[in-house]
Design a protein around this ligand. Sequence first.
Ligand SMILES: NC(=O)c1ccc[n+]([C@@H]2O[C@H](COP(=O)([O-])OP(=O)(O)OC[C@H]3O[C@@H](n4cnc5c(N)ncnc54)[C@H](O)[C@@H]3O)[C@@H](O)[C@H]2O)c1
Length: 353
Amino acid sequence: MNRAGPQTVRVGCIGLGAWGKNLLREFSRTPGAVVAMACDPAAAARDRAQAQHPGIPLTNSASELLRSDLDAVVVATPPGSHYELASAAIAGGKDVFVEKPLVLDVPSGERLVSQADAQGSILMVGHIMEYHPAVNWLKGYIADGGLGNVYYVYSTRVNLGQLRDNENAMWSLAPHDISMIGYLLDERPRRVSAVGHSYLRSGIEDVVFMTMEFPGNRLAHVHASWLDPHKVRSLTLVGQKRMAVFSDTEPTQKITIFDKGVDVSLNYETYAEYLTLRTGEVHIPLVDNTQPLAIECRHFIDCVRERRRPRSDGQDGLWVLQVLACAQQSLDSGGIPVDIPLQPAPPVAASQR
Ligand SMILES: NC(=O)c1ccc[n+]([C@@H]2O[C@H](COP(=O)([O-])OP(=O)(O)OC[C@H]3O[C@@H](n4cnc5c(N)ncnc54)[C@H](O)[C@@H]3O)[C@@H](O)[C@H]2O)c1
């Protein structure tokens, strides 16, 4: 990345739907950024943007936006259009923030990452959980040995809605969990299996249970569903020393640390002495409550200005995509585990970014 970064980043937002409207709002108030144009073919989405951000020029044509004088483009359209839009933006010399999942197939993802590298463009994927203060608190806690060796984790991301017709619940919801778990463990899974079912529309799974196998016998399970009575966004980590629960639906007390575990004694005479259950105190740490979206948008703008590789760069998008593609293969076969092709290790420790 050898070109100089702009002082003020001129951003163009493509896709102003349910999530894109949040990105538009956030980039409009991110220091060092100005939203210079926004685009959506849907008149209702443009009308809402017009009412909320009267100064921002709007267009119904992504090509018009891509031809205009911009430094960076934000893509928040349905995933089927991510490749075409992101690739066109990079070809036009722009940096790109693309929502998750990066794209829908691995070869396109690889082409996009190579194209961005060859052009010196910054490519960032919207893996928002990697910017969540609670997730970063947990990451530091794990790195400091607070949980001891992490045995296994499980994540639940369920709600009633939002139903999608161009992807199943796994592609829609699980990128958050896959990226978050890989980020927390600083590892990539080797194998994945998934089962699920389509109840509402044929061929679009409403619920998926996915299991990832990490090196060192670590297991990670993800339950993703848009057909569920509860709204749950939670992650449980079971460590050899302590256990942690992160519940993102809690307004403030998002993390609970349980000083619970099973101690193994080397001096024992009976089996009961060999394994001792330990139940200690429960701790709720104070965690910064800045919105992850604000941190994520600021990180992108900082990376564009300083020509830095984002934490959730194209490679990060790519390994998550590989896991999704292998999990889909498993899902299609009724749950047969699929080996995930070896992915590059995380390039730089998060603390160095
Ligand atoms: N990070 C998160 O927490 C999060 C949450 C929800 C959605 N998302 C992601 O954001 C993206 C958009 O999801 P959404 O929920 O906003 O979907 P949505 O269907 O509500 O909105 C998509 C918008 O894109 C517009 N659009 C479609 N094709 C376009 C094109 N070629 N050019 C310009 N605009 C186009 C549509 O008119 C629509 O307004 C998806 O990739 C989704 O996975 C991320």
